[in-house]
Design a protein around this ligand. Structure first.
Ligand code: 0L1
Ligand code: MG
Length: 255
C-alpha cells in the first residue's frame, strides 16, 4: 500500500496524473484504498503538514447512485490545504482542479463512538460556508471507488468563511447556496443536497471513523460535502459561494 501512496504523493507534487490502480489490480479493495489514504496522510505529515480535519465526499444521492454506493467516503484535511478566505489559489499547484460549494463545521468537543445526530449537534462549535477545491491525481478524473479513496477523495484545498454560532442558523438542512464565477451564478443548490442534512454527513463521518478505530478531536474542521456539481478552475477567476444565513466565502485563481 505504501508504494501506491508514494505514487499518489508524487503525482500531486509533480502535477502528473497516474492511471487508476483498479485498472491493473481489479481486486484493489475499498479497505485497501483507506489503508493507502492513511499512508498518504503519513507522507504529508512527514513533510510538516498538520492534520486539521476531515472531508466527506460522494454525499449526494446522484453521485452515490452513479458510483453504486450506499455510504459516503471520507478524506483528510491538512494545514497546507487551507487557502485563506479572500486569498489566492495557484492553478499551477494543481492538475485539473475544480471547486464545489460546501458547509463546514468546527467542533467544540471530541466526537467518538456512534453518537446520534442530536449528540453530534451538541459537539458542534460553529458552522461556516466553505469551498472545496478538488483535483484528482488520476487521468481525466477517472477512478473507481477504492482509487478515489486512496487519492484522499480528490481533495486539494479548502476555504472557510466566517464562523457562525450554530444557534444562529434557523435550519441547517435547508440553506440556499449559489456558486459564482466572476460574479455570475454558475450553480444553485441547497444544504439539503448534502445527505439531506449536513449534520447527517457529520454523524456518518463519526461512525465511519469509529469503524476504523479513530475519532474527531475538538478543534477539527469538517467539510460536510458538495452541494452542487463542481466547476473547473481557470486563471483569473474570482470564485465565491453565497450561503443563506452563513454569508459568503471567496478566493481568486492565479497562475
Ligand atoms: O468531495 C467530493 O464529493 C468529491 C469526492 C471525489 C469524487 C470526485 O472527485 O468528484
Ligand atoms: Mg467536496
Amino acid at each position: 500500500m505504501k508504494k501506491i501512496a508514494e505514487q499518489l504523493y508524487a503525482a500531486e507534487q509533480n502535477r502528473k496524473c497516474v492511471k487508476r490502480f483498479t485498472a491493473a489490480q481489479p481486486d484493489f479493495s475499498l479497505a485497501q484504498g483507506y489503508q493507502v489514504q492513511r499512508e498518504l496522510l503519513a507522507l504529508h505529515q512527514a513533510q510538516g503538514a498538520k492534520l486539521v480535519g476531515r472531508k466527506m465526499g460522494m454525499t449526494s444521492r446522484p453521485k452515490m447512485q452513479q458510483m453504486g454506493i450506499h455510504s459516503p467516503i471520507h478524506g483528510f484535511l491538512t494545514s497546507r490545504m487551507q487557502v485563506p478566505e479572500g486569498g489566492f489559489f495557484s492553478l499551477g499547484r494543481g492538475i485539473h482542479p475544480k471547486v464545489e460549494p460546501e458547509i463546514a463545521f468546527l467542533l467544540d468537543r471530541e466526537l467518538a463512538g456512534r453518537p446520534s445526530l442530536p449528540e453530534v449537534f451538541r459537539a458542534v462549535g460553529g458552522v461556516m460556508a466553505a469551498l472545496e477545491i478538488i483535483d484528482s491525481r488520476y487521468e481525466n478524473f477517472e477512478f473507481q471507488l477504492p482509487d478515489v479513496v486512496a487519492d484522499n477523495c480528490s481533495s486539494s484545498g479548502f476555504v472557510l468563511g466566517p464562523l457562525h454560532a450554530k444557534g444562529q442558523i434557523s435550519d441547517l438542512a435547508n440553506l440556499g447556496m449559489v456558486l459564482e464565477q466572476n460574479g455570475k451564478p454558475m450553480q444553485f443548490g441547497s444544504s439539503a443536497a448534502i445527505l439531506g442534512n449536513p449534520l447527517r454527513s457529520l454523524t456518518d463521518l463519526v461512525h465511519l471513523l469509529d469503524a476504523e478505530g479513530t475519532s474527531l478531536p475538538a478543534g477539527a474542521v469538517v467539510l460536510a460535502g458538495g452541494a452542487t456539481a463542481a466547476i473547473p478552475l481557470a486563471v483569473g477567476q474570482w470564485i465565491r459561494v453565497q450561503v443563506q444565513e452563513l454569508g459568503s466565502v471567496e478566493f481568486r485563481v492565479q497562475a
